[in-house]
Design a protein around this ligand. Sequence first.
Ligand code: V4E
Length: 247
Amino acid sequence: MCIHQLLNYRMSIEVERKFICNANSLQILEEIGVCAGQFQFQDRYFDTPLFDLTLKDLWLRQRKGCWELKCPTATDIEAEETQGEPSKAAMLCTRYKEITDLTDIRLKLKEVLKDTSDKFSMTECCQMSPDQHGLGNAEMNCVPEECWTSAMNLVCFAEFTTVRRTFTLEEDGVHVDLDEADFGYTVGEIEVLIPEGGDMQAALDKIERTAKKLGVTGDQAVDGKMSVYIRRNYPEHYARLLSQHIL
Ligand code: V4E
């Protein structure tokens, strides 16, 4: 039995379409949506120095102090193809599992990185006492995070701040985020969250209807913030991700 079967990941599937928000779509959004607020958050993305995670389409980040791991879903476009040709609109959407429970994240990473980080032992490291870390109990609160990331040879390779405006729409479960990243990139995303095994087609239909309402056209996928960040800061890795069809 593989580790996936042993785990009961507390996670949802994020179905999402990115778009470039122009004055027209913003005006429609303000008419048909309710702005739920404006937030600012910092993302810190982690990978091994050789990018073992992102080359597997795994995206580990820390946002507002919480860990999140996005993984490709089994319900990907190829699986949907068995039920017929995916529509162009469906091809413009991404589908990722989001794991937010730290124990599940670490188990998943341990499994994925087992070939690359044999010499690191997360278990041993995280069982060290405060004394072994040379710290008192109070300071120990912030140690395990650094402890497990370095034990898995994970380093922060991207760090940026986003100002996000979130809109909820009358279409059930759809929300739209307008993101402005501090490195000079602005992007919108239409998003629906479904439980694992939930109705993917219904989510895709909601996203397509919303895109039409917002006047979002075009049959090219729009870059997300991280794609742009990697293209600008790690051009060789970006080329590799493109050639492996991860981006
Ligand atoms: C999944 C992924 C990456 C991680 C960042 O995901 P994204 O949804 O772009 O970030 P964000 O800040 O909008 O997260 P949210 O707040 O919605 O959870 S970086 C690259 N990918 C894969 C990917 C892809 N292959 N194609 C497109 C168009 N986007 C992302």
